[in-house]
Design a protein around this ligand. Structure first.
Ligand SMILES: [Zn+2]
Length: 480
């Protein structure tokens, strides 16, 4: 018979499982080298401020890194910065500036936005610092006859030489010829197969943003090869985790596999592929071209970082997340609940004469939080566990008085959570006691279904210059 303690230990030891786009299943996380994890995430092309949808990806992988760190893993995390590209050159021409100035400016802004979002910086690697590695990889592919030259155009990957093309995105065989395999930027009627993509793009000597090479010609890296050149340099030909937005699965990540596995002959190039879903605006993907685009930079001016992180983590990363003011306000209300709760804990009278009834619920929440995070980083469930604890303790004894030990444990637990999710408010605009008391009184009336009374109290709150909006996390109180 299994003893209860064994069961509990078993629960504690539950492994981290992650959904792997490559195998389309949830798999236990077993890094190539014990507890050391090498992780690469596609970074931004620095020609503008980043979209809040990209911020979702970067905040998610920040949480992944911090959570894995809390579980004893050592994560070597790299992000590439695409600092040369047609978009950057176009912007530079529009603004009549050198392309490097544009790239430097938006790279700095990107870093500032990440800091403002509470993201711990990974190693940011600029593509232009690794042109030699790119050239080397292109030359390897040429020597292995995977790549061919189209004069005055570029070096292209011949997809007929890599029959597994399509294995990540699950697109069928024969796709080298399929129409949807045509990469957006690599159009040429001289390509051997429609889907062939460029690895080294050639240019006239009069054009800017290109590099000389005797064998390859005057040119610049294709869209996909900077990532594999960078990861081969820092991680070697095989590593643990590759992440990015869902829109990068095809053709970008498919092309990365094709290049690296062809160059080294080693498989798999990456063990686990993780992809973050889109933010959607009324069921449509948010994107620049659809002009329903909001930058992280703009939102950071309106909302504290905790509210934005809470919002971004409130949906599972593989599910589309609606972008709406309603959900942002809901997140702001959740922040008020947490802050209010922690204030109550701090201010509660401390007593030691009672048995501690709270340790048990904290321990259970800790377990459940871990179980949720171990299950493919289920942040919405982890967050629900935290609110379960808040509700439980609030109802327990009104927490007017608490054993000192329990109070310390609660504060410590919220600190630990904050180190991973970054959603615990540090500063919150104080709501006057008078207003807070009315808000609480109104909540009580609502619970008792005394809606007339609740409306009257709402009017009193308005008279004091505040507004209340009801959300699933309780009321959001804002100054008018
Ligand atoms: Zn990439």
């Amino acid at each position: 018979m299994i003893k209860l303690t064994q069961l509990i230990q078993c629960k504690h030891r539950r492994m981290i499982t992650i959904y792997n786009t490559l195998t389309k299943t949830k798999e236990p996380l077993v890094p190539r080298n014990n507890k050391k994890i090498k992780m690469f995430v596609c970074g931004p092309t620095v020609y503008d401020y980043i979209h809040i949808g990209n911020a979702r990806t970067f905040v998610f992988f920040d949480v992944v890194t911090k959570y894995l760190g809390s579980q004893g893993y050592e994560v070597d995390y790299i992000q590439n910065i695409t600092d040369i590209d047609d978009k950057i050159i176009n912007k530079a021409n529009q603004e009549n500036k050198p392309w490097k100035e544009v790239a430097d400016f938006y790279f700095e802004e990107f870093k500032k936005d990440m800091v403002a979002l509470g993201v711990t910086a990974p190693k940011y690697i600029r593509a232009t610092d690794h042109i030699e590695e790119v050239k080397k990889q292109v030359k390897t592919l040429i020597s292995k006859k995977h790549v061919y030259l189209i004069e005055n155009d570029g070096w292209y990957f011949d997809l007929k030489t890599f029959p597994e093309y399509g294995k990540l995105s699950g697109r069928s065989a024969g796709m080298a010829e399929a129409d949807d395999a045509v990469s957006r930027i690599d159009e040429s009627d001289k390509k051997r197969n429609k889907g062939d993509f460029c690895v080294w793009k050639l240019a006239n000597k009069s054009e800017i943003g290109f590099w000389e090479d005797e064998e390859l010609g005057y040119g610049r890296p294709g869209w996909h090869i900077e990532d594999t050149a960078i990861t081969e340099h820092y991680f070697g030909p095989q590593y643990d985790i590759h992440g990015g937005g869902q829109d990068l699965i095809f053709p970008h990540h498919e092309a990365e596999i094709t290049q690296q596995e062809s160059a080294s002959g080693l498989k798999p190039f990456v063990k686990y592929w993780l992809h973050v879903a889109f933010l959607v605006n009324k069921d449509k993907k948010m994107s620049k071209s659809k002009s329903n685009f909001t930058t992280a930079h703009e939102l950071l001016e309106k909302y504290p970082k905790e509210v934005l992180r809470f919002y971004l983590l409130s949906g599972h990363y593989r599910q589309p997340l609606e972008f709406s003011e309603k959900l942002l306000n809901q997140s702001a209300a959740a922040m008020q609940r947490i802050k209010e709760f922690l204030n109550k804990i701090t201010l509660s009278e401390k007593e030691d004469k009672y048995e501690n009834p709270i340790t048990e619920s904290i321990n259970k929440t800790k377990d459940d939080f871990k179980i949720a995070m171990n299950d493919d980083f289920n942040t919405p469930r982890a967050i629900a566990e935290i609110f379960g604890l808040i509700r439980g303790i609030n109802s327990l004894r009104g927490i007017k008085s608490l054993p000192q030990k329990a109070s310390d444990e609660i504060i410590k637990f919220f600190d630990d959570i904050d180190a991973i999710l970054g959603i615990i408010p540090t500063e919150q605009k104080e709501i006057p006691v008078e207003v807070q008391e009315l808000v609480n009184k109104r909540e009580k009336s609502r619970e008792e279904k005394n809606y007339d009374e609740a409306d009257k109290i709402r009017a009193q709150i308005n008279d004091l210059g505040y507004e209340v909006e009801d959300t699933i996390y309780g009321p959001l109180v804002v100054k008018k």
